[in-house]
Ligand binder design. Structure first.
Ligand SMILES: [Zn+2]
Ligand SMILES: [Zn+2]
Length: 339
């Protein structure tokens, strides 16, 4: 049997192991992908550290996958070998339960599948995925360019396009890291009056380079007061993983404004008076399904939005993962399979 290289986690809390595995065969309804690039996302720590209930080891992580269709299982339409595809966090759903019938596939109660968690992901030369999880990747994007858009990109793009903000509205992006640097670009390209919020004056030049019309240094200024001076935000996209920083911006929301939370943090504080007095709200946003990924990629090609990436070969997965976890990377870390 032909073999492939892969990086697996053998047990919760264990290190990455570079192993040789048999190249998997796609079952009915699944597709095999020859992986070209896979982004490393903070959520991969759920696999590394065992913070996902019921996760079975060994497991190959990775849900920012880009490659080409290599083989298709029985009953797969319309995917064919050679097509360029991507797979993100949402790996599949049943299509028949009440949430699925309502279009809320992320809430599937029967067969929700998460790439790199429910089945092996993209830290490997090949992987298999349900056909329903595939997004078409445009030829204009290289594998390394497209990979981070499969999670960081779709999450920020989809949260913004499903928000109540309309062109011309004031939209703030809290945090200018892996998620935030994409969020600012999408907000600008969607026609919002865009505010970047981060710590330190040194990030202002970067925020403006991304297209932000305004910048707020949350160390030197009160971000809520500054947003009110600009008229109050229709939407604040909170990309940081710091509950205190999220709590500090809520009073920057305008009337009917929404704090959209996509940074996974344990807790934050919200004042009922702030919500009631301005009819404001707080909501979370889940990344999206395959067609949302495809829309993200198309919009990124159309408008020139790109992730800034640090690229590592698969063999240096431990170093690449540590770099991502350190928070010092500029700005997403991507594994390239060199094939
Ligand atoms: Zn992710
Ligand atoms: Zn379902």
């Amino acid at each position: 049997m032909p073999k492939m290289r892969a990086a697996q986690i053998a047990q919760a809390g264990g290190p990455f192991e570079l192993v040789e595995r048999e190249i998997p065969q796609p079952p009915a309804g699944w597709v095999r992908i020859k992986v070209q690039a896979c982004g490393i996302c903070h959520s991969d720590s759920l696999v590394k550290e065992g913070h996902w209930p019921g996760l079975q080891y060994p497991r190959i992580p990775g849900h920012e996958v880009v490659g080409t269709v290599d083989a298709v299982g029985v009953g797969v339409a319309p995917w064919k070998p050679g097509q360029r595809v991507g797979v993100g966090w949402h790996g599949g759903h049943c299509g028949h339960c009440d949430p699925c019938r309502n279009g809320d596939f992320f809430g599937c109660q029967v067969a929700l599948q998460i790439t790199g968690i429910s089945f092996d992901g993209g830290y490997a030369e090949y992987m298999v995925a349900p056909a329903i999880a595939l997004a078409m990747v445009p030829g204009d994007l290289s594998p390394v360019e497209a990979a981070p858009l499969m999670c960081a990109g779709i999450t920020t793009y989809n949260a913004l396009r499903n928000s109540l903000a309309r062109p011309g509205d004031l939209v703030a992006v809290l945090g200018l890291g892996g998620l935030g640097h994409l969020g600012v670009q999408y907000a600008v390209k969607m026609g919002f009056r865009t505010v970047g919020i981060a710590r330190g004056q040194d990030k202002e030049t970067f925020a403006r380079k991304l297209g932000a019309q305004h910048y707020i240094d949350s160390q030197a200024q009160d971000p809520a007061a500054e947003l009110q001076k600009l008229g109050g935000a229709k939407v604040i996209l909170a990309t940081v993983t710091n509950g205190g920083a999220m709590s500090a911006v809520q009073e920057g929301l305008g009337i009917n404004g929404t704090l959209v939370v996509i940074g996974a943090t344990e807790s934050m504080q919200i004042s009922p008076l702030v919500l009631i007095g301005g009819r404001r709200s707080v909501k979370g946003w889940y990344s999206g399904t395959a067609i949302d990924s495809q829309d993200t990629l198309k919009f990124s090609v159309l408008t020139g939005v790109r992730s800034m990436n640090e690229v590592y070969p698969l063999e240096r997965v431990t170093e690449a993962y540590d770099r991502m976890m350190s928070g010092k990377s500029r700005f997403r870390v991507v594994l390239s399979m060199g094939q």
